[in-house]
Design a protein around this ligand. Structure first.
Ligand code: SAH
Length: 241
């Protein structure tokens, strides 16, 4: 490690402590007080400052999303840790990520030893992430450009699927098809807003975990309210809007 990276390692350790505290604060949603230690170790290793550009690097180890261009963001580290934990990915797990962005979530999964296929709709982001992940040595991560709402059939089935953009109202059927029996699908779903009595509530997103049993039956569990950019389909318009 070069001397210039010391600050980053220290900043990452502080970030991991912040994440651990936020997990405790949200224990009622998560149903646990701590995430898998292997997930926390991976968070302590991935150099998040390599995934953002210019002035954003100053904020790379703050626990919040940051802009990465093309109207997109790098996810909040707490959310990346929670989704990785919910995916239960470990060494050798076959994982599909939908929404590569800059490649940070994919790198965390790769750091855990998972074999990752990641699909990104925006060609420039897909290309940038592929180059960055290669430069950083994440050779178990493959990035493809395409509409991830259709999954990535060549590498299916997947033991875990992590979607990092919010689908409107329903889980894309292709993702359910490509989930292996015993697998877990982690996905934010946006509901169109609801009317309760005199009040209208705006669109709401909830993080869901869908599990498929050995017979192929699925069941879902809502975890916590979230805020993701929309999952777009092919033409670049938010699905259902
Ligand atoms: N996983 C990223 C967060 C990405 S934000 C991280 O680690 O920080 C969500 C990403 O989903 C954006 O880059 C957006 O371009 C992409 N996206 C939106 N709709 C998509 C689709 N249908 N298929 C693939 N990627 C999509």
């Amino acid at each position: 490690m070069t001397k210039g990276d010391d600050w980053a390692e220290r900043a990452r350790r502080a970030l991991v402590r912040t994440i651990a505290e936020e997990v405790i604060e949200t224990e009622n949603w998560l149903g646990k007080r701590a995430l898998d230690p292997r997930v926390m170790e991976a968070m302590a290793k991935v150099p998040r400052h390599e995934f953002v550009a210019g002035a954003q690097r100053l904020f790379a180890y703050e626990n919040r999303p940051l802009p990465i261009g093309h109207g997109q963001t790098i996810s909040q580290p707490y959310m990346v840790a929670v989704m990785t934990d919910l995916s239960a990915a470990g060494p050798g797990t076959r994982v599909l990520e939908v929404g590569t962005g800059c490649g940070y979530q994919a790198a965390v999964l790769g750091e855990l030893g998972a074999r990752v296929t990641s699909v990104e709709l925006v060609p420039e982001l897909a290309e940038g992430a592929a180059r960055r992940l290669e430069r950083l040595g994440y050779d178990r991560v493959d990035v493809h450009q395409g509409d991830g709402a259709r999954g990535w059939p060549p590498d299916a089935p997947y033991e875990a699927i992590v979607v990092t953009a919010a689908a409107f109202a329903r889980v894309p059927p292709a993702l359910l098809d490509q989930l292996a029996p015993g697998g877990r699908l982690v996905i934010p779903i946006e509901h169109g807003g609801a009317r309760r009595g005199l009040f209208r509530f705006g669109p709401e997103q909830e993080l869901l975990v869908i599990t498929k049993d050995a017979e192929g039956r699925t069941s879902e569990r809502g975890i916590l309210p979230v805020a993701f950019v929309p999952l777009l389909e092919g033409k670049g318009r938010p699905r259902g809007h």
